[in-house]
Design a protein around this ligand. Structure first.
Ligand code: HEC
Length: 142
């Protein structure tokens, strides 16, 4: 019984703490460039196998693309499920929502291990590219 009580106490303490943090960090509401991105350029980044690599893990409404991933949720409807700010945070650094995620942080340069010198300090996608991807994902309403 004492064990059960301790587990409940630990669980609920964690629940409150992470619940508060999750709410505060669930979204990045300000554009990284101060401007709206371009959805057509964003679509091209998402389907590009060198740049975004999104389709390595995700599938989505891209009928022309063969071999889409099945390690992550389908991107169809993401613009309905998530707000623009929630999408931005998920692309910039998904590990801020799920520390164990396999999704790369596309716009983070700190806290990374074993980065080759040529890539240090350079995010995978630029601020402008992030905004293009976010602008595209917000159009995926169904
Ligand atoms: C290595 C695999 C991987 C890659 C590459 C990847 N993701 Fe993800 N992504 C995931 C996983 C897994 C999740 C589910 C949530 C989690 O585990 O963090 C996710 C979640 C998401 C979500 C939230 C989806 C939802 O409806 O819950 C969005 C939006 C998203 N990814 C967009 C992208 C975009 C855009 C790219 C490319 C720029 C990308 N992802 C690249 C693995 C990946």
């Amino acid at each position: 019984m004492r064990f059960a009580a301790a587990v409940v106490a630990a669980c609920c303490a964690v629940g409150t703490a992470s619940g508060g943090v999750a709410r505060a960090q669930d979204s990045l509401s300000t554009s990284l460039t101060g401007a709206k991105g371009d959805p057509a350029r964003g679509r091209a980044i998402v389907t590009n196998r060198q740049l975004g690599l999104c389709l390595l893990c995700h599938s989505g409404p891209f009928p022309e693309e063969r071999f889409q991933g099945n390690l992550a949720p389908d991107l169809a409807g993401t613009g309905k499920r998530w707000s623009e700010g929630q999408l931005r945070l998920r692309i910039v650094d998904s590990s801020r929502i799920n520390p164990a995620t396999i999704m790369p942080a596309y716009h983070r340069t700190d806290g990374l291990a074993r980065v080759a010198p040529a890539w240090r300090g350079k995010p995978v996608l630029s601020a402008e590219q992030i905004e293009d991807v976010v602008a595209f994902l917000t159009t995926l309403k169904d």
